[in-house]
Design a protein around this ligand. Structure first.
Ligand code: SD4
Length: 295
């Protein structure tokens, strides 16, 4: 079986992202550029309310974005709490390539984006503004589980050279506090990889993923010999144990995807309803359902 390349992305919006990334890899584009182009699709789609343009705003009506990208050399770039820029994954890639740093945040990330030639845009669509005004009537923060089968898009790639890279992009939790940063831009939480072992990425309630260093742990479990499925399951079990008496439990959902160096992949979530898009030579681009702990 031909196991390379292999692309795996979270949720339904992973399908068009995988499609574009696959095409670019096959055309010989650098893997990071291919990841960027794939993830730009859900970022730019106003109907995807959990990523980029059209994403749900925070409680002040501001759309603030988190994203990161990481390559096989363990180089990474990340932006958090970024406003006014449609494609945070692209800014994250520039942080990786054009700065001595890993992470830029807020106003500084925005200024950097402008210097890199990105243009300021209003990311709050009329639909999201309407939903925000409706939310304001009660102003209750209660994250929705498996938000319309979207949430964060995380993508992991084993490329034709056998190298591993990945990315993650989101508008974060709807109606979050202004300034809230989730797991998605945090290397080790929303995304982690070690080119000698494999890669993992998360979706769901970022707070729970940060508390447990989720993606980094999945990679370490694979290093110890666990399969991607087993490693994702073990960290989800751990997150459940840590949260079963926690105030977040009521709306807690987390899901992980993982790949290893041998081209094996897997995923696991706390609650049912999590699926991911997988693209390989054998079976093409398709959705697969993750195993889960509870409904
Ligand atoms: C985050 N994992 O920021 C992301 C996506 C999300 O509820 O909105 N979760 O926590």
């Amino acid at each position: 079986t031909q196991k390379k390349p292999l692309i795996i992305s979270t949720w339904n919006h992973g399908l068009p992202a995988n499609e574009e990334t696959w095409k670019q890899i096959k055309n010989g584009k650098p893997t990071l550029d291919a990841i960027e182009s794939g993830m730009n699709i859900p970022e730019g789609d106003p109907n995807i309310r959990s990523v980029g343009y059209g994403g749900y705003p925070d409680r002040e009506g501001k759309v603030t974005l988190d994203a990161c990208i990481m390559d096989h050399n363990s180089d990474c770039g990340s932006v958090s709490f970024l406003e006014g820029i449609k494609h945070p994954i692209s800014v994250a890639k520039r942080v990786l390539q054009n700065t001595p740093h890993v992470m830029l945040s807020g106003e500084g990330a925005f200024q950097f984006a402008l210097e890199e030639g990105f243009k300021e845009e209003n990311l709050l669509t009329p639909e999201s503004e309407k939903d925000w005004k409706k939310w304001l009537e009660a102003s209750k923060y209660k994250p929705v589980i498996n938000i319309e089968n979207h949430d964060t898009i995380s993508m992991l790639v084993l490329d034709e050279a056998g190298n591993i890279s990945g990315g993650c992009t989101t508008s974060g939790a709807a109606w979050k506090m202004h300034g809230r940063v989730g797991d998605s831009p945090i290397i080790g939480a929303g995304l982690f990889l070690d080119n000698e072992v494999g890669a993992a990425a998360a979706t769901g309630l970022g707070e729970a993923v940060i508390r447990t260093a989720g993606s980094a742990m999945v990679v370490e479990l694979m290093r110890q010999g666990k399969s991607p499925d087993e490693a994702c399951k073990e960290i989800v079990e751990r997150i459940y144990d840590k949260h079963k008496n926690h105030k977040d439990m009521e709306y807690l959902q987390v899901g992980f995807i993982a790949i290893n160096k041998n081209g094996e992949y897997g995923g696991y979530s706390l609650r049912s309803g999590f699926n991911y898009a997988v693209y390989d030579e054998d079976k093409g681009n398709r959705m697969e359902d993750a195993q889960f702990k509870m409904t």
